[in-house]
Ligand binder design. Structure first.
Ligand SMILES: CC(C)(COP(=O)(O)OP(=O)(O)OC[C@H]1O[C@@H](n2cnc3c(N)ncnc32)[C@H](O)[C@@H]1OP(=O)(O)O)[C@@H](O)C(=O)NCCC(=O)NCCSC(=O)C[C@H](O)C(=O)O
Ligand SMILES: [Mg+2]
Length: 297
């Protein structure tokens, strides 16, 4: 099926549904996506109560506006007792997307897709996939290319589960994770599926967080998953175009609009070669900047 045009996904905050206060707080946050978590942040004995709390919360709060935060529910795996109940609840409250944890192949997405068809879920309800196991990384291409009746809205890296499964001792700058992250990025870009970077666990290390966001942007992630409201603004800043990038994009557009350059495939701009592919890139960046500006107004 065709992929939806990329929405803004700079910041995606995990909100533990087991925590009533965090759930309440999430309604006041300006963020691109809220991922309500029923999986790892809900202990075994809390899962039912967390689901019912989230049902009540989402039932009384529809998406505030077309450009309000996407409402995503991370459910438990479908082969666990809680998984199907979670999926039915997310469908009933008209979530925007369901995030499946520990996806190891297209079969898990197909199974969820079929279950959603049986409960008359709207076609607009997207599936998202966490890739966070060695098998998931090995099959990332097949996951990103899964044949579904609905859109695969995002792949999400799970660094904590990857580190656990592969025995990684992750150091600052996370070089140990790079061989695992690379195949997920390639798979997403090959199939036109946005890839969200994994969470950063140290809430006191704001410099480390900013550096990881900046690296994530350079690597081609669309945005980052977050664990705390204080991480939203730095993530939005890192994954939105900077004023310098906007100025450069405007200069490229202006250069190609110059009648002297009409019909030319390649021109010189200052010290650099600029081709029409850079014009397309500049136009896309300016469209993204306008989307962000409109959201603020
Ligand atoms: C990490 C935390 C447990 C820290 O909690 P706490 O110390 O209570 O935070 P603060 O006192 O600083 O909170 C200040 C206020 O902000 C609200 N808050 C905090 N976190 C969130 C949140 N995530 N969403 C919404 N609101 C939040 C507090 O309630 C305070 O509100 P108020 O008192 O009204 O001012 C906590 O931040 C937390 O639980 N974070 C999310 C944890 C989570 O969801 N984990 C699962 C997803 S990550 C994951 O699974 C990784 C992946 O799968 C992988 O494998 O890597
Ligand atoms: Mg995980």
């Amino acid at each position: 099926m065709t992929r939806a045009p990329a929405a803004l996904l700079r910041s995606a905050l995990f909100v533990p549904a087991a925590n009533a206060r965090a759930l309440e707080k999430s309604a006041s946050l300006a963020v691109d996506a809220l991922i309500f978590d029923l999986e790892d942040s809900a202990a075994e004995g809390e899962k039912g109560a967390a689901r019912e709390r989230l049902r009540g919360h989402l039932a009384t709060r529809g998406r505030q506006a077309a450009d309000g935060p996407l409402r995503v529910v991370r459910i438990n795996p479908l082969d666990t007792p809680a998984g199907t109940e979670d999926l039915l609840m997310a469908c009933a409250v008209r979530a925007d997307a369901i995030l499946l944890p520990k996806v190891e192949g297209p079969e898990a997405l197909e199974e969820a897709d079929t279950a959603l068809q049986h409960c008359d879920a709207p076609p607009a309800l997207a599936l998202w996939a966490m890739v966070e196991t060695p098998m998931g990384v090995l099959r990332a291409g097949a996951i990103a290319g899964a044949a579904l009746s609905r859109s695969l809205g995002a792949l999400v890296v799970g660094p904590n589960d990857l580190a656990l499964a592969a025995g990684l001792l992750v150091s600052p700058g996370r070089p140990e994770l790079m061989p695992w992250i690379g195949p997920i990025l390639v798979a997403g870009h090959a199939h036109g599926v946005p890839v969200l970077d994994g969470v950063f666990n140290d809430l006191a290390d704001s410099e480390g967080f900013a550096a990881e966001c900046a690296a994530g942007r350079r690597f081609g992630f669309c945005g980052k998953t977050l664990i705390h409201p204080s991480q939203i603004d730095p993530a939005d800043a890192a994954f939105g175009p900077t004023p310098d990038e906007i100025a450069r994009a405007e200069a490229i557009v202006a250069a190609f609009s110059n009648p002297a350059h009409r019909g030319r495939g390649v021109i010189r701009l200052g010290t650099r070669m600029v081709e029409r592919l850079h014009l397309a890139e500049a136009e896309a960046l300016l469209a993204r900047a306008a989307l962000i500006r409109n959201r603020k107004d």
